[in-house]
Design a protein around this ligand. Structure first.
Ligand code: SF4
Length: 260
């Protein structure tokens, strides 16, 4: 299938997470400065547009202390790694003690400057963001939260939970997936971006739907995505404007749409 100007054939595992990117059990690396650690295969809800819809449950997750130690050892042997993404699944489906087991293991490494909590909890289960959890996460001074938020209504749902993290000094960013029929009207996207910045959530990325099999019904053509980006850029300042990108297999970075 042709995705915009790029010939990318959708597959069940476009980023080779079960094969190429898997560096030690439960750890994946595609870029030199960061690694992704699979902490669980559970989510608060299962998104129909999920990039890992075919591999969730098949991918090794880090369970035992020995497995976590092996992941920490891998990071130590790769001193360029400065950013650890705790993902899955959703790391916040785990109890606080388990979440902190991961955070503390990587925060103890001087080379690790950023630990990203990749979660939909503030939207899907806002009560999961307790004062206690926010306090624990803030302790290392290295934690950032990346929240998957797709609509202005979801911003309202997560606003108070996000504020608990932000008020503790944890930067909260949004990652949005551009979805046909959900947020692909320019005015809807503009409203989402304005709502995010009003809630002090940094609009970070708007992603094209990944080249995963079975997601065609959600995919927005590149040309339309570019028009939505232009529409927003002409109406809001840089603080509220995320990068509109596509994550393409084999690319060395997330590719800005205007390069496609
Ligand atoms: S929360 Fe993330 S990992 Fe879980 S189903 Fe949704 S997109 Fe996939």
């Amino acid at each position: 299938m042709k995705l915009g100007t790029c010939n990318v054939k959708p597959s069940k595992d476009p980023f080779g997470e079960l094969t190429r990117a898997s560096r030690c059990p439960g750890l994946k690396q595609r870029f030199s400065d960061r690694v992704l650690v699979m902490t669980t295969d559970k989510c608060f809800g299962y998104c129909a547009h999920c990039t890992r819809k075919w591999i969730l449950g098949k991918s090794k997750i880090v369970e035992t202390d020995a497995e976590l130690k092996a992941c920490v050892g891998y990071v130590k042997r790769h001193p360029k790694v400065r950013d650890v993404l705790l993902s899955g699944g959703d790391v916040l489906t785990l109890p606080d003690a388990q979440v902190m087991r991961f955070v503390n293991a990587f925060a103890a490494l001087e080379q690790v400057e950023v630990i990203r909590i990749c979660t939909r909890a503030p939207v899907a289960s806002p009560k999961r963001i307790t004062d206690r959890l926010a306090r624990l996460l803030a302790k290392s001074g290295k934690v950032w939260a990346n929240v998957h938020i797709n609509t202005a209504a979801e911003v309202e749902t997560c606003r108070a939970a996000a504020a608990k993290l932000i008020d503790r000094g944890i930067p909260v960013s949004s990652q949005t997936v551009l979805l046909r029929g959900v947020n692909d009207a320019p005015a809807k996207m503009l409203k989402l971006l304005q709502s995010l910045s009003a809630a002090r959530i940094r609009p970070y990325y708007v992603f094209q739907c990944d080249p995963v099999e079975g997601l065609d019904r959600f995919r927005v053509p590149f040309e339309k995505a570019k028009r939505i980006e232009r529409y927003c850029a002409e109406r809001i300042g840089g603080l509220a404007l995320p990068r509109f990108v596509a994550d393409l297999p084999g690319a060395k970075r997330k590719t800005p749409l205007d390069l496609l």
